[in-house]
Design a protein around this ligand. Structure first.
Ligand code: GLU
Ligand code: MG
Length: 449
């Protein structure tokens, strides 16, 4: 990262700014995704790229407690004084379209050090602590979302066929535009399809290092929003977009490897899972009740996270089990990236940096503690004889479990816990008594980019 006194960095930023300008870029957005899962941004003219990198752009500390609407959930430690900086790294800049470039931001203090509230730095630390243990981590993301009309209402009323060739070809112009814009933005899209829910789309991204994976989630949301707008639509990332509709998931796949190879294959455990891999899965499953507020903690999350929705509402794991919170994917010829653990219960109201940090952190914690892989649930957990630990059943219970959890404090730090609890309790107070129809109407576009 270039420093203020680093002449090389300064001229490198100026060179890049000139190249971007020649490519039509006029404004650079630096974004920050907050504990409520909402992505916000500041812009600079492209000529000021170097300043965005060296000094950052000022934001109030209240950015960390902005809520899903325009509310602010001030806490005893986050008020109206102080100043933070969004700083970007020129190497992260991607070209979107219409003169806009984008880079993910870190949240720093004025001296240039990431603050404890910075979700992206928190994930970078989790990535580093894996490396400190001799482990490399890869994360792959799936983004489910719902196409909606410009006024926020349903995009279509025609019958929907899940994964239908008709429902996808009806949107061929949008899908081709999506593939093209994603490629220009440097995204590694693996798959696109129309999903089960009415007007629902899914985009799957190739696995990469954890911070890069969370960055790619935000960039994909931006690209989806831009492309949809060109086709007279908007994109909802609400966990439940309409009362009665299928939910939107934000599943993350995690794989880990040490010098001897992958932890989830080549061993003596079930499906080839190595001892450390079993401990990683055990750590993730054990921490689910404490961390549900991170993964699926919004006022709309509990309506999605129910048995029968393939949302992974049961605190267990199982091979290719779509009702288990952790769906294990074994190393087969059909799985080119190898074995991995998919955490299905994450929804798009979650901050992807915090969700990935909690997922990876709880896996590392399981390894550190040498936890034993719990028994596999090979069938629908709702019909299994093996009891699974109950998950908090609603937002209030999830927040209660999270607020005083030592695991949450250990993995995320007390500052993030305080901010996340504040913004989610605000949601509970503001929307908790409304009908699902009214809450989905109010928050349908809250997590859109
Ligand atoms: N839409 C489901 C969810 O809310 C997931 C469906 C699937 O398995 O892809 O997570
Ligand atoms: Mg899906």
């Amino acid at each position: 990262m270039a420093r203020a006194s680093d002449a090389t960095g300064t001229s490198a930023a100026d060179d890049l700014a000139r190249d971007l300008r020649a490519n039509g870029v006029r404004l650079i957005a630096g974004s920050l995704t907050d504990p409520a899962g909402v992505t916000r941004a500041k812009y600079v003219p492209v000529s000021r790229l170097g300043a965005f990198e060296r000094s950052g752009m000022g934001v109030s500390p209240s950015w960390s407690v902005f809520c899903v609407d325009s509310g602010i959930a001030f806490t005893p430690t986050i008020g109206v004084t102080g100043d933070h900086r969004i700083r970007i790294d020129r190497r992260d800049v991607r070209v979107i379209d219409d003169g806009i470039g984008w880079a993910p931001g870190n949240l720093n203090d004025q001296a240039g050090t990431p603050v404890p509230l910075c979700p992206r730095s928190l994930l970078a630390r989790a990535e580093q602590s894996a490396a400190d243990r001799g482990l490399s981590a890869r994360v792959g993301a799936e983004l489910e979302c719902t196409m909606v009309a410009l006024d926020g209402g349903p995009a279509t009323t025609d019958p929907w066929s899940p994964y239908g060739i008709r429902t996808s070809l009806d949107r061929s112009a949008l899908l081709v535009d999506l593939a093209e814009t994603a490629e220009t933005a440097g995204l590694d899209v693996e798959q696109i399809h129309t999903e089960y829910g009415h007007d629902q789309l899914e985009v799957s991204l190739a696995p990469t290092t954890p911070v890069a994976a969370a960055d790619a989630v935000i960039l994909t949301r931006i690209v989806l929003g831009r492309v949809a707008a060109r086709h007279g639509l908007r994109i909802s990332f609400a966990p439940v977009p309409f009362d009665g509709a299928a939910g939107n998931g934000a599943h993350l796949h995690l794989s880990l490897a040490d010098a001897a190879g992958p932890l989830f294959s080549g061993g003596d455990g079930p499906h080839g899972i190595r001892t450390a891999g079993g401990s990683a899965i055990a750590g993730v499953v054990e921490a689910l009740p404490d961390l549900l507020a991170v993964y699926a903690g919004s006022v709309l999350s509990a309506a999605r996270l129910r048995p029968g929705n393939w949302a992974g509402a049961a605190a267990c794991w199982g091979l290719e089990n779509r009702e288990a919170a952790v769906r294990f994917v074994a190393a087969t010829a059909g799985s080119p990236h190898g074995a991995n653990a998919e955490l299905k219960l994450i929804d798009p109201s979650a901050n992807p940096y915090l969700a990935a940090a909690a997922f990876l952190g709880s896996a590392l914690r399981g390894i550190d503690l040498g936890l034993d892989l719990p028994p596999e649930i090979p069938e629908n957990p709702a019909q299994s004889d093996v009891a699974t630990r109950p998950l908090p059943s609603d937002q209030r219970a999830a927040l209660d479990a999270f607020e005083y959890s030592s695991v949450a404090a250990e993995l995320l730090g007390p500052e993030v816990v305080e901010a996340l609890v504040a913004v989610r309790r605000y949601e509970l107070k503001t929307y908790g008594e409304l009908t699902l129809a009214d809450t989905t109407r109010a928050l349908r576009l809250a997590w859109s980019c």
